[in-house]
Ligand binder design. Structure first.
Ligand code: DX5
Ligand code: ZN
Length: 228
């Protein structure tokens, strides 16, 4: 089971006019993957980028692209992103009428699958779906915008998800998304996360490597527990 920590910068806070360069820079700075936030101005009150941008970025990007769909309905767009070269596609179960069908649809296109949970969204669906997914995404902000503050209540949810994953015995990653900074990433790791999305904390600084290195230094004390 590969439980090494992964840092996946969210492109939402990158300079969209130079997106290919931005992604290459952040990968050179040590990013383990790229987190691609998709907003539809329906499920969330904001609009970002679609599958054509993902397809274009795929050529510039040698690390995995994880697509975070904040859209409703889910299925048709999930297929477009699978065809555009996404490695993993996460969606919000409350945005899909038939969660099991959506999971199978994504997997049928050869992608890994994640389920994303808003701060007030219960985890009940995991009881039935944990055996079919590759990642649980715990939102630590309300989805729709970068640069928001971390919601502390997410820590208890991360702990709960960690137990569910461990009890399942499956290789499921626990990703946390929203408000992650150098000064709180250790608490998120201590609660049980292994994959960290950070947008504004990385792209808001000039030196991406300095931020990613500082995050890894904060994570180092927890690395052994995760590897065990
Ligand atoms: C929020 C997005 C996040 C967000 C992360 O809806 O899903 O990925 O952009 O950005 P920061 O790290 O700035 O909270
Ligand atoms: Zn996201």
């Amino acid at each position: 089971m590969d439980r090494r920590f992964r840092i996946t910068p969210s492109i939402l806070s990158a300079d969209f006019a130079r997106l290919g360069d931005e992604v290459q820079r952040v990968v050179a700075a040590g990013a383990d993957g790229v987190h691609f936030d998709v907003m539809d101005n329906h499920y969330v009150p904001n609009l970002s980028v679609g599958h054509m941008v993902c397809q274009a970025l795929r050529q510039h990007c040698r690390v995995p692209i994880d697509v975070h769909l904040m859209v409703q309905p889910v299925d048709a767009l999930a297929e477009r992103f699978a065809e555009a070269g996404a490695d993993l596609i996460s969606f919000h179960p409350d945005a899909s009428t038939h969660v099991d069908r959506t999971v199978k649809l994504i997997r049928g296109h050869g992608c890994q699958v994640g389920l994303a949970f808003n701060p007030a969204e219960p985890l009940g669906v995991l009881e039935w779906m944990i055996d079919q997914i590759d990642l649980v995404l715990v939102m630590s902000v309300n989805p729709g915008f970068g640069g928001q503050g971390f919601i502390d209540g997410a820590l208890r949810k991360i702990e709960r998800v960690r137990r569910l994953i461990d009890d399942s015995g499956r290789d499921v990653r626990l990703q946390v998304d929203g408000g992650i900074k150098v000064d709180n990433i250790a608490r998120v790791a201590a609660a049980g996360a292994d994959t960290f999305v950070a947008g504004s904390a990385i792209f808001g600084q000039r030196d991406y490597a300095a931020v990613i290195d500082a995050m890894r230094a904060e994570l180092a004390p927890y690395a052994e527990a995760v590897a065990a």
